[in-house]
Design a protein around this ligand. Structure first.
Ligand SMILES: [Zn+2]
Length: 71
């Protein structure tokens, strides 16, 4: 299942928006932080999507964030 969250890179950082939550958006200076914000939003507001997502994709997604946030 596709996440409703989109990450928009700009020259100054990354804007995180959610197609299902027009009232919500966030900004982070790095892609790594943006991923972490996106995952937290999904866990908090779209837990059903988070669980339904294909297992391999989910592993990849969380592994990427784990790697990114460890730096
Ligand atoms: Zn949302």
């Amino acid at each position: 299942m596709q996440s409703p969250i989109k990450l928009d890179r700009s020259s100054t950082g990354v804007v995180i928006v959610c197609a299902e939550c027009p009232w919500w958006s966030a900004f982070r200076f790095t892609q790594e932080d943006a991923w972490a914000v996106a995952i937290r939003h999904e866990e908090d507001h779209h837990p059903e999507r988070f669980e339904q997502r294909n297992a391999a994709r989910q592993r990849d997604y969380t592994a990427r964030v784990a790697l990114a946030t460890r730096r």
